[in-house]
Design a protein around this ligand. Structure first.
Ligand code: GTP
Ligand code: MG
Length: 441
């Protein structure tokens, strides 16, 4: 397992969660804090301790209340804490007040996720998307008092959108936001033209909670994929698409995508729209679930909600329960099979049940195949060639100068075939008219 290369020493962090029984019970907050710990670790911080505060309503000035904040300040000093990370969203005012009381950096979950994306982003597109999300997060927080980011040295606070942007005023930040949006629109347009050509092949996207095993599954199904998989959150930020050969219906294009998480910052979802286009344009989705995680059902819900947020309207989703090798008790698996009868249970790492998964994908694809009869002139090589390339020709008959083909074809191809038939019909019509004129003359 590799860790994030960071020349900076790891920072010492305290995590803060808030329970408000019965709405958010303690055991749930503990689970959230476990995840926050994983996030902090991914970002390069060592979690020294976590505290849970019981509070019906967050305090507008300090979130946890000023008494608790004073206690926390003592702990920060005693344990040489560099950063306090809140699981709940903080307002800019709360951050300022807390930093004054605690005398260390304060960040919320959204800010932390943005930091991780900034560290993780490798491609130019991902970097643009993350910078946009960071600036949008920063904009309402930019004021005379917002100086802590530029003061940060080292550790998880360093990977900001760049000193120059932070120090500029709102107008400059807004300009930068506008220019990044323009850049992303251009990428998205370019992407559209690139993907239009391959509309003929059915497309499948892997979606799921971060760390569920999407990239591992991609590698298991398409050995040449070389997708980056790691026991870290947000290992994948760029979409990768590979050909997956299925035995019955030849081929699908499989895409690995960025993982989702509880409270994924809205600005990130927005700016990752072009990456997530792959999800929107897929014919169906494989929802990968880490069944060994105690919170997997909540994760499933988060993924479903995020899909709704990005605009996935269809319900062509195959649920893939991964990591069955990591379940201690076989009875759990039996129970789950009963509860989710349509799901496929696999282990991507061990390669368990992958052929059943491929078969399920093939059956799904088969549902989208239609049988059609196409009649055209024998000399219409363009259309006939297209049909042989893109469809399965089940039967072929000659009727005078025409050929009658019975084909099985993916519904994505029907439009193109109709357009080609129409074009050849009008050409024939024109030719017939010409002939008509010729005989007249
Ligand atoms: N035990 C077990 N571990 C698995 C399995 N599949 C994946 N993992 C592990 O889970 C971790 C995350 O795997 P990834 O494939 O990177 O997960 P991902 O869904 O692509 O994660 P993001 O890109 O961060 O969203 C890695 O450490 C994998 O080795 C499995 O079937 N069993
Ligand atoms: Mg991944």
């Amino acid at each position: 397992m590799t860790t994030i290369p960071s020349p900076e020493p790891r920072e010492r962090a305290v995590l803060v969660g808030i329970t408000s029984t019965p709405d958010i019970p303690r055991h749930l907050v503990e689970e959230y804090l476990d995840e926050l710990k994983f996030l902090a670790d991914t970002a390069g911080a060592d979690v020294i301790t976590s505290i849970i505060q019981e509070k019906k309503q967050p305090d507008p000035a300090t979130c946890i209340g000023s008494g608790k904040a004073e206690d926390l300040a003592g702990l920060v000093e005693a344990d040489s804490i560099d950063i306090v990370i809140f699981d709940d969203d903080l307002t800019p005012v709360q951050v300022r007040n807390l930093e004054r009381i605690l005398k260390c950096k304060v960040i919320d979950r959204t800010g932390l996720i943005l930091q991780i994306f900034a560290i993780r982003a490798k491609s130019a597109q991902a970097r643009t998307q993350v910078e946009l999300a960071q600036l949008e997060y920063l904009l309402p927080r930019l004021s005379g008092a917002w100086t802590h980011l530029s003061k940060q040295k080292g550790g998880i606070g360093t990977k900001g959108p760049g000193e120059t942007q932070i120090e500029t005023d709102r107008r400059l930040v807004r300009n930068r936001i506008a220019s990044l949006k323009k850049k992303l629109r251009a990428v998205s347009l370019q992407h559209d033209t690139q993907t239009r050509g391959r509309a003929a092949v059915p497309r499948v996207a892997l979606v799921g909670y971060t760390n569920a095993g999407k990239s591992t599954l991609m590698n298991a199904l398409c050995p040449e994929a070389g997708a980056y998989a790691e026991n870290r959150l947000f290992a994948t930020l760029d979409t990768k698409t590979r050909r997956l050969e299925l035995k019955i219906n030849k081929l699908v294009l499989l895409s690995d995508t960025v993982g989702f998480i509880r409270k994924l910052p809205h600005t990130l979802v927005e700016s990752f729209k072009s990456t997530l286009d792959e999800v929107l344009q897929a014919d169906f989705l494989l929802h990968v679930i880490d069944v060994s995680h105690p919170g997997f059902e909540e994760h499933m819900q988060v993924v479903r909600e995020t899909l709704k947020e990005i605009g996935v309207k269809h319900d062509h989703i195959i649920e893939v329960f991964n990591k069955i090798d990591a379940l201690d008790d076989p009875a759990i698996l039996t129970g789950l099979r009963g509860k989710y009868p349509d799901a496929v249970f696999i282990s991507a790492v061990r390669g368990l049940n992958l052929s059943a998964l491929k078969e399920t994908i093939a059956n799904y694809v088969a549902r989208d195949y239609k049988t059609r009869k196409v009649k055209t002139h024998v000399s219409n090589y363009k259309l006939i060639g297209y049909l042989y390339d893109h469809a399965e020709v089940i039967d072929k008959k000659h009727v005078d100068e025409d050929v009658l083909l019975t084909i099985r074809v993916h519904r994505n191809n029907l439009k193109q075939i109709d357009a080609m038939l129409k074009a050849s019909a009008s050409k024939n019509h024109a030719a017939a008219n010409l002939q008509h004129h010729e005989t007249h003359d």
